[in-house]
Design a protein around this ligand. Structure first.
Ligand code: URA
Length: 204
């Protein structure tokens, strides 16, 4: 029937996801010829942390959360007593979307459609890892987990049940904290720490 495109079978292992995203052409971001960046962490991680998309550093190193946002995340995970190495870290979108400005590649937000398209992969990862808790950082990650746009302000602070019995926690993206200054930064940092502390308490 017109428009009825059948979804392929979900990959059954993280290795299969990693292989498949290399040649993914579901959206046009891949045409920028950046690297597909796979999630990383234990396959049986109790916590899955979802970001937006790889940045410039992540694209070059082919690893999630290794740039400035990742370093800030490390500081706050440690403060909350969450072991990054025990979590599965991934992104809503697997390729870096950018515009070239001279020598610099400037981050571009993925569109809702691009997030919804790439959702196939992060949902495949979640189906394999089966985390007890998911922490979605930022609006793109929240949309990837829920399939619709939610306000971070409204969604944060309480668990959102997911269909498989796990729970989703929504918080701000560390890159957002990096863009703030002064009191705004302090306030948002406090909220971010509170969200991470709540997640840490649920993991125990
Ligand atoms: N920001 C993200 O959302 N993900 C990364 O991997 C790096 C920065």
């Amino acid at each position: 029937a017109a428009g009825a495109m059948e979804e392929p079978e979900r990959p059954e292992t993280l290795e299969a996801v990693a292989k498949a995203i290399e040649t993914c052409a579901r959206c046009l971001i891949a045409e920028l010829h950046t690297n597909a960046v796979m999630g990383e962490g234990p396959q049986d991680a109790p916590l899955m942390i979802v970001g937006e998309q790889p940045g410039d550093n992540e694209d070059m190193q082919r690893r999630a959360f290794v740039g400035p946002a990742g370093q800030l995340l490390n500081v706050h995970l440690e403060k909350a007593g969450i072991d990054r190495g025990a979590a599965y870290l991934t992104n809503a979108v697997k390729h870096f979307k950018y515009v070239q400005r001279g020598k610099r590649r400037l981050h571009q937000n993925p569109s809702a459609k691009e997030i919804d398209t790439c959702r196939w992969w992060v949902e495949s990862e979640r189906a394999i890892v089966k985390p007890k808790l998911v922490l979605a950082m930022g609006a793109s990650a929240a949309r990837a987990m829920l399939g619709k746009t939610v306000s971070i302000t409204k969604a944060r602070g309480a668990p959102i049940p997911l269909e498989d019995g796990s729970e989703l926690w929504v918080t701000a993206h560390p890159s957002y904290l990096l863009r703030l200054e002064g009191m705004g930064r302090e306030e948002q940092t406090r909220l971010f720490d509170a969200d991470l502390a709540a997640v840490a308490a649920r993991l125990r």
